[in-house]
Write a protein that binds this ligand. Structure first.
Ligand code: ZN
Ligand code: ZN
Length: 337
């Protein structure tokens, strides 16, 4: 099969991913071979490829195929798999597998499992024509969902929805989303769905325009966003997807007393005003049940990502565009052209 492999971390401009022929994986007991129809390109793929996560042991192996938001069809099932059959539409998320028996797995928080595997970081991922998946960690996809729309649900969708579920929402509630990309634009959509007033904070003209298209009030980050939001009396909650301590502190300052700040990216809060009783919480993806809700909302309320597509051969080009901030919301690879 054709796959984009990382042999050595490095700057994306020097084309570190090699698109090449690799051996077709064979599903073992409890595994499923998935023919990939669409795979989203995530900023975290870029962080791994450029070597920013080596200190965390990512990637865990070489060569590795990156990519963790995947939609496709069952090509072959391994021994003991009865949940799906050949040609069923399914998706694969970043949570490739979890142990099933730790305190997190037993309480519906398996994304926090210490023995988890992460798709495209510890095991081969989706920038390929096929991937192996685990029986307990696949998601049936409704027939009406296009694979290109479905793939980004597995990272931006579940990450944004997981963050949204941690904040107060509803009519009259103000929500600020800091960082409008693949994840941020989905957070805007969910915030609107629940009736909140959504403010989208970004430096990029492309993303300010996208925010407005999605029904958010654009807030230009180049023009003192904290002052702009505080003029409205502050927001009830902020969600931060921009990896920056400056942005995290902006979110803290723009959020009302007793409000909630959700961090979905690296960021420090060095001057945290404890006396305002604000809450800072982290967020990482969501559980399998949360993932199911995301798929359900995609169908029932058209909670679909904004996408653009590329063939697999253009993976390095597409990742460079992501790095330069030229991707409107989500770039998706179509490994079969
Ligand atoms: Zn991702
Ligand atoms: Zn576990």
């Amino acid at each position: 099969m054709k796959a984009a492999q990382l042999h050595k971390v490095g700057k994306i401009e020097t084309r570190p991913l090699q698109v090449e022929e690799v051996e077709l994986p064979v599903p073992r007991r409890g595994q499923i071979l998935v023919k990939i129809e669409a795979a989203g390109i995530c900023r975290s793929n870029l962080h791994m490829v450029e070597g920013e996560w080596v200190h965390m042991g990512v990637p865990a192996k070489y060569p590795i195929i990156p990519g963790h938001e995947i939609a496709g069809r069952v090509a072959e099932v391994g021994e003991g798999v009865t949940s799906v059959k050949k040609d069923d539409k399914i998706g694969v998320s970043p949570l490739w597998t979890s142990c099933g028996s730790c305190e997190y797995c037993l309480t519906g928080r398996e994304q926090l499992c210490w023995k988890r595997d992460i798709t495209g970081e510890t095991v081969d991922g989706g920038f390929a024509q096929y991937i192996l998946a685990n029986d307990g960690h696949i998601y049936p996809l409704p027939a009406e969902l296009d694979p290109v729309d479905a793939a980004p649900l597995f990272c931006p969708g579940v990450t944004a929805y997981g963050a949204i579920k941690k904040v107060p929402l509803g009519p009259g509630k103000k929500l600020a989303v800091f960082g409008v990309g693949g994840v941020g634009h989905m957070a805007i959509k969910y915030g609107k769905l629940y009736g909140s007033d959504v403010y989208a904070v970004t430096r990029s003209d492309l993303h300010l325009a996208l925010s407005e298209e999605l029904g958010a009030t654009p807030v230009d980050a180049k023009k003192d966003p904290v002052a702009q939001l505080n003029r409205l009396g502050g927001v009830d909650a902020s969600i931060v997807f921009a990896p920056s301590s400056d942005v995290a502190m902006q979110a803290v300052r723009a959020t009302k007393r007793d409000g909630t700040i959700v961090l979905g990216a690296w960021g420090g809060v060095p001057d945290f005003p404890f006396y305002d009783e604000k809450k800072v919480v982290g967020t990482l993806m969501g559980s399998r049940q949360v993932m199911r809700e995301v798929i359900s909302l995609a169908v029932s309320h058209k909670m679909l990502p904004v996408t653009e597509t590329h063939p697999l051969d253009e993976v390095n080009k597409a990742m460079q565009e992501l790095k330069k901030g030229e991707v409107k919301a989500r770039a998706v690879l179509k490994p079969w052209g």
